[in-house]
Ligand binder design. Structure first.
Ligand SMILES: [Zn+2]
Length: 344
């Protein structure tokens, strides 16, 4: 089968498009014919180093994906061949204390597709039955694939972790990136007020067209000052963050007393000043999050079925254009998800 795989680490030439063996479905698994995947920042990390993530080369890339069920166990009752499904990207043990307590996303032996094991940039994948979820009617394969990682991550950050309320204001840094855009869309759909930032005015403008309430271009405006103007000197209730060091100090200073900052990434560095005095005097909460639980994906899909959220796809590329896609992602040149079409 055709796949995009890594034959090493470092440089674009380690990313290859070519033939890989078909996965062999085991009992309890579903064989899925993939139709789309989207690119995520971790794909760049796997290409460049993959350090700290136990895996074997060659490794098929791709963390999220959607497709059609090709084969399931004969006795399977909830799924059937021909069904359109989106994948949950974490394969969990089901037995550790976190799995037992309903937080499989914290599983101590979580295997993530495209990181620890073969991923979704391939014509076929075989995953445990619990890792596939039917796609609501009206959503394309590329849109569905986008839900599996970025939108799920944003969902958990906003609703499970930060406990966002409809009357609150959220500040989303770095709009244009997949998770940030998902955060903006989900917060808006929940009825909250959303302020976005970007260093590029055209991305702020696009976000405003998509429903953001206010936008700040951080290359020409003072973000903290603008946030205070926009909130009557109060600050925002929730900061939604994955930029890291470059914006951390501004982020903390933009929060109302008792506010929450929720982070799932550190693109610009992960060692900002902690500003502990501000943290305790103003009783701020710093919350970390990554991915989400299968149950949270189910909730997200239910919302999509109601038409509340539709993922933003920047463009759809072929497998052969993988280098172009990774390059766009690395330069943050995209607005929304970069999707890869798989199969015909
Ligand atoms: Zn576990």
């Amino acid at each position: 089968m055709k796949a995009v795989f890594l034959k090493g680490h470092g440089g674009n030439e380690v990313v290859q498009v070519g033939e890989r063996p078909m996965p062999q479905r085991k009992p309890g698994e579903v064989l899925v014919r993939l139709r789309a995947a989207t690119l995520n920042r971790v794909d760049l990390y796997m290409r460049d180093s993959g350090a700290g993530i136990r895996h074997q080369l060659p490794l098929i890339m791709g963390v999220d994906g959607a497709g059609v069920i090709e084969e399931v166990d004969a006795q399977e009752r909830l799924l059937q061949p021909g069904q359109r499904v989106v994948l949950y990207s974490g394969i969990t043990c089901g037995r550790c204390e976190f799995c037992q307590h309903g937080e499989p996303v914290l599983c101590t032996s979580m295997q993530t597709l495209g990181e620890h094991c073969d991923g979704t940039l391939a014509e076929y994948i075989s995953v445990p039955t619990g890792n596939v979820f039917p796609i609501p009617d009206g959503l394309g394969f590329d849109e569905a694939a986008a839900l599996g990682v970025n939108y799920l991550t944003a969902w958990r950050m906003l609703f499970t972790k930060a406990q966002l309320k409809p009357w609150e204001t959220v500040l989303v840094f770095g709009i244009g990136g997949g998770v940030s855009l998902a955060g903006m869309q989900l917060a808006k759909a929940a009825g909250a007020r959303v302020i976005v930032t970007s260093r590029e005015q055209h991305k702020v403008d696009r976000a405003m067209e998509l429903g953001a309430d206010a936008g700040i271009c951080s290359s020409s405006e003072d973000v903290q000052k603008r946030v205070m103007e926009l909130t009557g000197g109060r600050g925002v209730d929730v900061v939604f963050e994955n930029v890291g060091e470059a914006v951390w100090s501004t982020a903390l200073k933009s929060l109302v007393r008792g506010g929450r900052i929720v982070t799932c990434g550190a693109t610009t560095g992960d060692q900002p000043g902690a500003d502990l005095r501000r943290l305790f005097i103003r009783q701020l909460q710093v919350i970390g999050s990554t991915l989400g639980n299968p149950g949270e994906l189910q909730d997200l899909l239910a919302w999509c079925a109601q038409g509340k959220v539709r993922p933003v796809i920047d463009r759809v590329l072929s497998m052969e254009a993988i280098h172009e896609g990774l390059d766009l992602l690395e330069r943050n040149a995209q607005f929304g998800k970069l999707a890869i079409a798989i199969g015909d």
